[in-house]
Design a protein around this ligand. Structure first.
Ligand SMILES: O=P(O)(O)OC[C@H]1O[C@](O)(COP(=O)(O)O)[C@@H](O)[C@@H]1O
Ligand SMILES: [Mg+2]
Ligand SMILES: [Mg+2]
Length: 348
């Protein structure tokens, strides 16, 4: 049972017991992430003082303008994990292809791959609003000792062995799961140590916060419009409160503590949604389910989606179980109506 104010280092050692016979490689990997997060936190906190905000001048594989902090965070995580020879491969939002990480003897001795969104909420960097880092860890499926392959990364989310996020906000927190519940650690900047501040995090089953970029309203599927109307209706415990930070990690973190739903659906300008399945939706969905919440693409469980591309996108509905179920009902009903209308139109 987690002890309040336990340090992350102590917690990792103590929870090694969750993995009888394990090599300790996953613990060392979490430890490396803990270190990289501190390095990035240090840079994020200086944003505005040093020349680290603004555009980097290049576009990533998704065609998005990279921010200097995107590139810095990407570099720091890759450097830290490479130096510690703790993964056999890394995939990142800021890298076109996956990176093979060889040991210093040129061997491929490690069994884990890491996928990451090094800086989440890039549009908020310059305006001093909280941003984050998201990571997802899998055991490779190709033999140890051979070069890592694309199939090691294109695994469904239900195969994750660990996932987490770091939030660089009013305080800096690392929240993660290894499939045994969700725990949150707060960095004490003076001591440089992470302390267990949020043991055993649980989503309230229901909530009163809905989180979506309503600026896209007219382009949303009818089911989403119906659900937003439902949230805004003067009835029972509604209307709900609308909150949207625009950094997914921060919106999700708030909803997990207070109860709520976060939605980034498909819409006419983004037919598959915006968020990336492998390093945004999957890790957040794993944490959400481990905290008693629910995550889907409006119809299917996110963790059961079988990926076929490294940077593929997915619609995302995530949060308190009852709220996500309600939103899914509206999506299903409107889909049935559309099917009926297209059927009745086609049969005429
Ligand atoms: O500005 P929009 O379209 O609402 O998008 C905001 C969403 O995009 C993101 O910023 C995408 O993540 P990145 O910043 O890592 O590219 C999410 O954090 C956020 O929820
Ligand atoms: Mg992101
Ligand atoms: Mg990003």
């Amino acid at each position: 049972m987690p002890k309040p104010n336990q340090t992350l280092g102590e917690f990792i050692i103590e929870n090694q017991a969750d993995f009888p016979g394990s090599s300790g490689e996953l613990s060392r990997l979490i430890n490396s992430i803990r270190l990289a997060a501190k390095v990035v936190n240090h840079e994020v906190n200086k944003a505005g003082l040093v020349d680290i905000i603004g555009a980097y001048g290049e576009r990533n594989v998704q065609g998005e303008e990279q921010q200097k902090l995107d590139v810095m965070a990407n570099k720091k995580f890759i450097q830290t994990l490479t130096n510690r020879e703790i993964v056999c491969g890394i995939a990142s939002e800021e890298e076109d292809d996956f990176i093979r990480i060889e040991g210093h003897n040129g061997d491929d001795k490690n069994k884990y791959v890491l996928l990451m969104d090094p800086l989440d909420g890039s549009s908020n960097i310059d305006v001093n609003v909280s941003v984050g880092t998201i990571f997802s860890i899998y055991q490779r499926v190709t033999p140890i000792g051979t070069p890592v392959q694309m199939e090691d990364f294109l695994q469904p989310g239900n195969k994750q062995v660990a996932a987490g996020y770091i939030i660089y906000g009013t305080s800096t927190m690392l929240v993660y799961t290894t499939g045994h519940g969700v725990n949150g650690f707060t960095l004490n900047p003076a001591l440089g140590s992470w302390y267990l501040s949020h043991p055993n995090m649980k989503y309230p089953e229901n909530g009163r916060i809905y989180s979506i970029n309503e600026g896209n309203y007219v382009h949303f599927p009818q089911g989403v419009k119906d659900y937003i109307k439902y949230c805004q209706e003067e009835k029972d415990d509604r209307p709900y409160t609308s909150r949207y930070i625009g950094s997914m990690v921060s919106d999700i973190h708030r909803n997990m503590i207070k109860g709520g739903i976060f939605m980034y659906p498909q819409f006419s300008k983004a037919p598959s949604g915006k968020l990336r399945l492998l390093y945004e939706c999957n890790p957040i969905a794993f944490i959400t389910e481990q905290a008693g919440g629910k995550a889907s693409d409006g119809f299917q469980r996110i963790l059961d989606i079988v990926p076929n591309e490294l940077h593929q996108r997915s619609p995302f509905f995530c949060g308190s179980k009852k709220m996500v179920e309600k939103a899914e009902n509206f999506m299903r009903k409107s889909a049935e109506r559309t099917d009926y209308q297209s059927f009745s139109f086609s049969s005429k």
